[in-house]
Design a protein around this ligand. Sequence first.
Ligand SMILES: Cc1ncc(C[n+]2csc(CCOP(=O)(O)OP(=O)(O)O)c2C)c(N)n1
Ligand SMILES: [Mg+2]
Length: 698
Amino acid sequence: MAVSTASPIIPVHQGMDLTTINTIRTLSMDAVQAANSGHPGTPMAMAPVAYCLWQRFLRFDPQDPVWPNRDRFVLSIGHASMLLYSLLHLTEVRAVSKDYETLGDASVPLDAIKAFRQLDSRCPGHPEYRWTSGVETTTGPLGQGVATSVGMAIGRQWLAVRYNRTGFENLFDFNVYALCGDGCMMEGISSEAASLAGHLRLSNLCWIYDNNHITIEGNTSLAFTDDVATRFIAYGWNVTRVGDANDLEMLARAFQTFLNTNDRPTLIIVDSHIGYGAPHKQDTSGAHGEPLGEDEIRLAKRNYGWPEDKKFYVPDGVYDHFRQGIGTRGKQLRDAWFARIGEYRKQYPDLAEELFRMQHRQLPEGWDRDLPEFPADPKGLATRESSAKVLNAAAKNIPWLIGGAADLAPSTKTRITLEGAGDFSAENFAGRNLHFGIREHAMGAILNGLSLVKVRPFGSGFFIFVDYLRGSLRLSALMELPVIYVFTHDSIGVGEDGPTHQPIEQLAHMRSMPGLIMIRPADANEVSEAWKVILQLHHEPAVLVLTRQAVPTIDRTKYAPASGLARGAYVLTDAAGADPEVILIGTGSEVALCLEAYEQLTKEGVRARVVSMPSWELFDDQDKSYRESVLPPQVKGRVSVEQASDFGWAKYTGSEGHNVCIETFGASAPLKQLLKKFGFNAENIVAAAKSQIAKHRA
Ligand SMILES: Cc1ncc(C[n+]2csc(CCOP(=O)(O)OP(=O)(O)O)c2C)c(N)n1
Ligand SMILES: [Mg+2]
């Protein structure tokens, strides 16, 4: 093991500051060692930075970690989770129930730290929102945390403009801090998010960059020579530096600089030594992601002036020290806020009611009263068009439904056109239409951040570009956030744009993701029902998949009502008298084709059924008897029709069923030619149905 050539380790602080910092360090080292896995080096290095922020600045009440106006702290370097767990433990953050009730017990008891990374511990490998109170967002995929923090900062600005009133100017004035590292800086998502944050001049946002020059493979000189300061200045940020992570006074000055900056976000670049104090591992990638080893831990503790053989040691006075700092300050601020909210409720009962509902993820009374019903129309309209009408009808009655697109709103039709809805910009934080720019990945994370501060966000783009934001979407699902994704141009229906724009495997991707609800409605009335379902979700992100091209509005006097959508799949029309010989199952734009084929089959005396199946997830959630009433097990003749990969369809059509699907990347041509080329016409479906009947008769 190489001996570090770093500068000698000189403790620069005395008293309780240093004792508390070293407690954070040693808890982190001991926990990683006990787990025999984890990342000790960065918590050791960043302990003073986090300590300074939490103890001196953060407006956070450990007794009530969900107080709405608390400052947010995002650990974007999720691998350094022990840093956060140590803080949550030492500041005695209380656990909060899923119903937002503060429980008496600790969020992170010492036993949870001792069980770091073990099954069911409150200290999993990376911080998980909804699992450990005080964790503001799930982090681990690098770059996500910082991008999410931009969403939180946007959300705060929006909340402030809507709810702060004369005499209540500080109702929402929280700041958002995010601690990031070299990895976050290298990931593209941080560039997207920082660019937008600078553009929007989000002065309530502060990123702290741990500039330790170390990542997993070694020194950052291997792959990263950005001049980060210049890069962020170019984004329009205020950039300041702290040359030594141990220098609490310089850190405090930097945070003060952030607080004094009112016209742009702030980046604090902090030079640190990963594995600070470990004589053989400091400043090496060896301190990044593996236990230090018992001997090295002892030597590091010796350097800190710590009892070498004590493990998980919290010296007398540490809890008290935090109680007197962040604890007292946080409680005062929190209590004062709640005292004001009582007064606010008297003066602005409607706004207070909105806030209450929003914070509890409820909807306003009568939220669905304007959702439209569409008359039957053989020509119909594109589902993106009907969605625009439904979205606006919902937005009218849900004031905190806000969102936008990644530069595609004219195509995705997601603009809120209500009078006064406005555009969110640095000059107008009240706008309900967000402009994410062409930054899908950051858009996903920003939606998560918005949802975490409890507004109801939606984001949109072409369905093909869901691939660009899948990492963020996965976190929406993992965090159980009711984020709404509206994706249009959902198939070869995009026609001439060709294979680069034609989703094929994307539906299968979405369906494979746990906790996500995807809906691909067949017509305008299914769109209306889809929004109704989506808006009532509390814990699932939704993906609404819509067409570019017109689809007929199904005649509901002839076929079953669209309300069947809520059950995921429903019988749209059926054979008279007895069991059908064949079931045609379609989604989205292909349902109309199934109906056409059905009419033809019926004319020929074939007993067929059409099932509209807009959502696998909703259908799979139904009880067995309902599922079997839609897809009776004895009816083996089955044809699915979907302009996408057949991946997964055998679950409903069986190994002997037939899937009308697309196995290539599509092609560039007018839609008519594509439908012919890929066999999406009634004749082909009729033929498939007949061959299914023959096959299962045999
Ligand atoms: C998107 C993503 N890619 C890769 C990883 C795996 N990974 C975890 S930590 C890390 C290195 C991070 O380096 P840095 O941010 O400098 O953290 P430090 O080593 O300084 O703690 C990598 C590549 C990840 N967590 N997320
Ligand atoms: Mg690093």
